[in-house]
Design a protein around this ligand. Structure first.
Ligand code: FES
Ligand code: CO
Length: 342
């Protein structure tokens, strides 16, 4: 599936940029192949417009902000969050600005420390992160980075427990147990819930992360997929420590995604410092990145195209994703577009 060629993906929310990065003025981002500019309005709320001035097409992200409006750096035309031109410095004060002098505005909201954007009317709400406002949890902003892959490849890997013994054999994967335990999976209106318990190695470097000193441990996982490209990976160790990873993937183009990763923990900085938790998950995600970036980002959702990719039982979560994405496309009159499509 080539994400930029499936218009329905424009109708979902994606975390695109930390709000903290907007403090110094407008910033560019490319979402589903579309160049957008993000900035903070007069209320300090994020706004997103097409990154193209309607005067002579300069990128608005090259300009600056004044009073919650974005000023084009070429001739100073100034835009509000609705995309309307509200000031043309070369005009006399009494001259009205035609109301069709505007650029496209997108849905944009500030949530969980990030600007979220939907290019068209969103079908579903921003995925919930109840721990963000729960004083029992601390929030660590772990990663905001670009991967050379697609959202579906990253998502299916998240729920594919048969890769641990191979991809993660140098960290937590148990090489002698290549067959993962069964997943309980229940489909939800906008994705699925998936629960299982896995065995994991617990070397001394991981003791503060797991709250355990045993050489091996179990991890009770209560995970969720929010279509198309968000997930919740909720790990509970026998110590009672919860290690809850949330990802939102923003498709940049057909071969790149911007990854946002939050971590929530029900322990304290004294129990396990944030930097140690960042380093821990960094090492594991590098193992995933290394192999995922070697796969074809054009992950097919039409499983009837037999012979292109074969599957096994542990691929079931990814197969449910494919089924739901196929249903989504069909419900909106779309067909999968892939390399080689007419
Ligand atoms: Fe933007 Fe001229 S191109 S003001
Ligand atoms: Co992995």
């Amino acid at each position: 599936m080539l994400t930029t060629r499936q218009p329905i993906l424009r109708r979902f929310w994606y975390a695109v940029m930390p709000l903290s990065q907007l403090a110094d003025g407008p910033r560019p981002f490319t979402l589903l192949g579309e160049k957008i500019v993000l900035f903070l309005d007069e209320a300090g709320k994020p706004a997103a417009l097409k990154d193209r001035c309607c005067h002579r097409t300069a990128q608005l992200s090259k300009g600056w902000c004044e009073g919650g409006k974005v000023v084009c750096g070429y001739h100073g035309w100034t835009y509000d969050r609705t995309g309307q031109v509200v000031r043309i410095p070369q005009y006399p004060a009494e001259k009205a600005i035609p109301c069709d002098y505007k650029t496209t505005a997108y849905h944009c909201e500030g949530r969980y420390g990030y600007a979220w954007v939907a290019l068209e009317d969103p079908l579903e709400p921003i995925p919930p992160i109840p721990e963000f406002d729960d004083p029992a949890y601390r929030c660590i902003f772990q990663f905001y980075e670009t991967w050379a892959t697609s959202g579906l490849r990253f998502m299916e890997n998240s729920f594919d427990n048969s890769h641990f013994s191979f991809v993660h054999k140098n960290t937590f994967g148990v090489a002698a147990q290549p067959k993962p335990s069964k997943y309980f999976i229940e489909e939800t209106p906008n994705g699925f819930y998936a629960e299982t318990t896995i065995d994991a190695l617990n070397p001394p470097a991981f003791h503060r992360v797991s709250g355990l000193t045993d050489p091996a441990t179990t991890r009770h996982m209560r995970n969720e997929w929010f279509r198309p490209f968000a997930r919740r990976l909720d790990i509970e160790y026998p110590s009672g420590i919860r290690h809850i990873i949330i990802n939102s993937l923003a498709p940049i183009d057909d071969g790149h995604i911007q990854i946002t990763q939050w971590l929530f923990r029900n322990d304290t900085e004294a129990d396990c410092p944030a930097q140690l938790l960042i380093d821990f998950d960094y090492e594991i995600t590098r193992e995933d990145k290394h192999i995922i970036e070697s796969t074809d980002p054009d992950a097919l959702v039409d499983t009837r195209r037999r012979g292109v990719e074969f599957s096994m039982e542990s691929d079931r979560p990814g197969m449910i994703m494919r089924k739901q994405l196929m249903e989504l496309l069909a419900a909106h009159g779309e067909q999968e577009v892939h390399r080689g499509s007419a």
